[in-house]
Structures are given as C-alpha cells and as structure tokens.
Ligand binder design. Sequence first.
Ligand SMILES: [Ca+2]
Ligand SMILES: [Ca+2]
Length: 241
Amino acid sequence: MKTITGTGIALIGGLLLSGAMACASGQKRVAVVRTKTMTTSTTVPAPVDPDPDGDGILGDADKCPKKAELVNGFQDEDGCPDVKPRVLVKLKTVEITEHVQFANNSAEIKPESASLINEIATVLKNHPEVQLVEVVGHASKVGKAKYNLKLTQQRVESVVAGLVNRGVAKDRLNPQGLGFYCPLPNATTEAENRRVEFNILYRNGKALDVERACPAAINAGVELSKLLPIPAPAPAKPAGS
Ligand SMILES: [Ca+2]
Ligand SMILES: [Ca+2]
C-alpha cells in the first residue's frame, strides 16, 4: 500500500484547481460569444445622408455626390462643380462674360482680348446650327452721337474680321454698330455700356424673334444693315460621328 505524500496531495489539488479554472474559463467564453451575438442582432444601421455635399441634388441625379454643384447658370443640374466658360451659346445670344477691349477711340482690339476672340470663334465653329449672328456694338454716352455710331460700326467690323481670320464663315456674321443709343437698363457706370453683343438672328433654318435695335436707335435714324436670306440648316451629323 502506497502512502500519498504531501507533494502528491499538492499535485492532485493543483490538477483539480486547474480543472475548475478551465471550466470557469470555458463558461466565460460562452458568455462572451452570447453577448456579442445579442449586440449584433440589435445594432441599427446609421442613417444614410441623402445629400452628403449639401448641394440639394439627390440620388442618381447628383453625378458628384461628394462635391457640391457650383450654381452659376452653367450645367447646374449635374451636381458637379464647374467653371462657367467665357462664351456660352444661349437661346438667342452668344453670351460672353467679359468685354472685348479696344484701344481708346480706335477699332483696334487690344491684345488682352485675343484669347476671348479665339474662344468665341471656337464656340461658333462648334455650333453650326447658329447660322447668323449679329455682332452689335454699343458705346458709352461720351462724345458726339455720329462719331460713336461710326466707331461702334468700325469696332464690330474688327471683331467680325478677327472671327473670320480664325475660321468662322463670313456669312454667319453681321456687324451692326448702334452708337450710344441703347445703354444697358441696369448699368451703374458708363463703361458697362461700351460693349459688344452677339445676337443670334437665324438658327436651324429659322429666324429668331430678336430685337435688332432699341427704339431710341431707330428713332434716331440708325440704319440697320440688310440681312442675307436664311441659309438652309446644316445637315445633321450621321449617328456615331
Ligand atoms: Ca454649375
Ligand atoms: Ca454634388
């Protein structure tokens, strides 16, 4: 018969203790798993912000959901920021965002306006449906009426020549000076009235309802140049070209 020594008792006690700890540990792990499962099942997904860039254009309509639209009258529906071009074809006008600059008392276009004239030429060449543009010159009310009328005519003829030099067909452009008779209704300075405008007279085989001169110019006897007949519309481009 064997006697269990003190060391043997200690060993058995140790085994029992470690077994009890393992059991306790195992129960604890089960408890952790259960807790985790419960947490997952009760999680509510965070609400999705329908307009993360805050530009008011939602869902698929916003082509740039993380970049806000720049509302500037140019492509304001796609939800993407953009830079408004200096030259924009509208329904009845080719709008320019800056003035064509001329030398003082001269029809010479200043060199700083050369890139603007380039851009106008490019836009007109890209829009063959715009068949006739009246290039209208206005002066500020400084100096004599007759002198201003002549200067505005010479200035728009310079603009037309610049566009023709850049490849725009001459018969798409009609220069018309109007002197100082037609100031802008909301002008705050006389300088704003010195301007060149581009009015679309014919488009896609149709004459547009455009006022060629203000009543003051007509009353002053300003003669409007005769227009050529409306040319046939440009043939439609074949699909895929
Ligand atoms: Ca825009
Ligand atoms: Ca956007």
